[in-house]
Design a protein around this ligand. Sequence first.
Ligand code: 5RP
Length: 229
Amino acid sequence: MDQNQLKQTVAQAAVDYVLGKVDADSIVGIGTGSTANCFIDLIAKHKHLFLATIASSEGSAERLRSHGIPVYELNAVSEVTIYVDGADEANARLELIKGGGAALTREKIVTAVANEFVCIADESKWVSHLGGFPLPIEVIPMARSYVARELVKLGGDPVWRENVVTDNGNIILDVHHLHPIGSACELEEKINHITGVVTNGLFALKPADVLFLATQQGIITHYPATQRF
Ligand code: 5RP
């Protein structure tokens, strides 16, 4: 199977899983990216089985609406039953790097609210240590140079993702050369404390609850490993 077929397969596995968790009052959180897009297209025919969705980006909201799926504002709901999203990297603790599609801030907000975070990915995203994928950081535009200097002090090599403006009107710095990230939780906290940073793409303090990984051998379901490595 090629990468696109793996994404389709894992998206279908997530649809089956989600349908076992929702009822007519449920709100489903929807992520951003090509794998999340597969999920949107596949869940569309089951839209009558849940109430509405919350989208982590304007792009996903538009795709959901094109299927006739209701999209609510997050402030209008008190609960999100389940959130499904892709990742750029995932390790055995289900700590993730996200933000390749520049939607990391809204993604992190929806994971904070959701009762369960289901990550879906093809096997190319599975790593022993995070940091091979440059870590995306959403930054307030006027703080770009200051934040970049602070990231260099942490050992990274930040590169401005030029011509990209996030849905929140901010810029993205992609931090190279962090691999291997030792404690993802510690680094997530340190970067959060740099003034001018809106969000960083480490999802370690609140990792995924379950990961469906599409491999050539089939779907592997991972729950967070508790051992240290
Ligand atoms: C967007 C994300 C995506 O989930 C991540 O980039 C994976 O994308 P894809 O499914 O296209 O590989 O974090 O901000």
